[in-house]
Design a protein around this ligand. Structure first.
Ligand code: HEM
Length: 407
């Protein structure tokens, strides 16, 4: 710690979604890194206190250490503060050790380079078609017209969901995120999640009899230590792909447009080909950091940075701060599509490193490619509607005004 912690940090409530709305969050994280890099967040509203880790090196150290930190008591603030995650020990992200490695291996079987290359092509084609249809109107909502439809369909491809059921899946999934929208309720959310789980359970039953190359078949016919996975494990892990991949990818795609509109020189660099798509998409992923944090619980007493963490303590890891750490990134607050190296922590690190990172990158690259090819002039046409969450960051709506390239 460097000196006394400023009062605005002591009083800052990281559990409150409002903290991330309309605030200069970059400045907030800069202050945390500087004055209280492993910060003791006080208990509030009957919920326990927790540690907030904001420097890159400390965040990385905790991510890689699954011996001393567990994911089985939750891996995001909401579940960590409740003290448990009902999917613990069954769903990949909240399972530790041997079982985690085995389920991960099973799922990775359906992520072979050949299969992924096919999915990547579908992502490109779908993104290009969605943007082409929207650009004809010039003014439209980029989030709802384009970004919202890309990743959910990739998940559909991964699980080989029949085309005719895709729209239903999109609709249910939008409802599961209902309380983040102004008009949704928690009941709608629970009902929609149950519909998705039931749907996957029926699909899994079918794939046991008719296996394919998809991830549901891999899970439904796979076993760990000679025992088949339970129905619940199959269904939860299918659902976890949607949980992990849908919203985060949509937010990074929409965030890409905001960043390009606000940095016209970077938009020009993308347009004229002076930066490549791969490096540009890494910078978009760093800049947007859609999953602001993940977290763990300490299994034993452990030192993190300058603080001694007690066994059982909750430790939250702020990617949104680590990705802007001046000790690692030169001029971190500059959006620079040509940035290399760019070892951001947007996909986490270590044993739980994002299973869908390849596809997450493919989504952003496809959006940048389609914008570069099809859009001559890009501008925002009003303020976006920011998501209310202490976990994810970005825009649910984004009115834009695009002038298409002459064809
Ligand atoms: C794990 C972020 C896209 C599926 C993670 C983790 C992060 C992350 C930070 C680590 C969680 C932890 O350590 O507790 C993102 C971001 C994405 C993205 C920012 C998009 C920009 C995807 C996609 C999929 C996916 C497209 C599915 C195809 C998963 C799964 C895990 C995971 C299943 C758990 C891995 C494990 O525990 O071994 N993701 N993700 N993610 N992600 Fe992603």
């Amino acid at each position: 710690m460097t000196g006394t912690v400023p009062t605005e940090l002591v009083g800052c409530d990281l559990t409150d979604p409002q903290t991330y709305l309309g605030t200069d969050v970059t400045a907030l994280w800069r202050a945390f890194r500087r004055h209280s890099p492993v910060h003791r967040h006080p208990p509030s509203g009957g919920l326990p206190g927790f540690w907030a880790v904001t420097r890159y090196a400390d965040v990385l150290a905790v991510y890689r250490d699954d011996e001393r930190f567990t994911s089985e008591r939750g891996n995001v603030l909401s579940t960590l503060l409740q003290g448990e995650d009902s999917a613990a020990g069954k769903m990949l992200a909240v399972t530790d050790g041997h079982r985690h490695r085995e389920i991960r291996k099973l799922m990775l079987r359906s992520f072979s380079p050949r299969v992924l290359a096919r999915h990547r092509e579908s992502v490109r084609a779908r993104t290009s078609a969605l943007l082409a249809a929207a650009v004809r109107e010039e003014r439209f909502d980029f989030a709802t017209r384009v970004a919202d439809h890309i990743p959910i369909n990739t998940m559909g491809d991964l699980m080989d969901v029949p085309e005719a059921d895709r729209a239903k899946l999109v609709e249910w999934n939008t409802e599961t995120l209902g309380s983040r929208h102004a008009d949704g309720t928690q009941l709608d959310e629970v009902l929609a999640r149950n519909e998705i789980l039931l749907y996957f359970s029926e699909l899994a039953e079918h794939r046991r009899r008719h296996p394919g190359e998809d991830v549901i078949s891999a899970l439904a016919n796979g076993s760990v230590d000679g025992e088949p996975l339970s129905d619940e494990e199959v269904v939860l892990n299918c659902y976890s792909l949607i949980l992990g991949g849908d919203e985060s990818s949509r937010l990074s795609a929409t965030g890409a447009v905001v960043a390009l509109a606000e940095h016209p020189e970077q938009w020009r660099a993308l347009k004229d080909g002076s930066v490549g798509l791969a490096e540009a998409s890494e910078e978009v992923l760093r800049w947007t950091t859609p999953a602001m944090h993940f977290g763990r619980r300490a299994r034993t007493e452990v030192q993190v940075g300058d603080q001694l963490i007690a066994a059982g303590d909750i430790v939250t890891l702020w990617n949104s701060s680590a990705n802007f750490d001046e000790d690692v990134f030169a001029e971190p607050e500059r959006f620079d599509l040509a940035r290399t190296p760019n070892k951001h922590l947007t996909f986490g690190y270590g044993p739980h490193f994002c299973l869908g990172a390849y596809l997450g990158r493919a989504h952003v690259e496809a959006v940048l490619e389609a914008l570069r090819e099809q859009v001559a002039e890009l501008a925002l046409a009003g303020p976006g509607h920011q998501i209310r969450s202490n976990f994810v960051y970005g825009y649910l709506n984004l009115p834009v005004s695009f002038r298409g390239e002459k064809r």
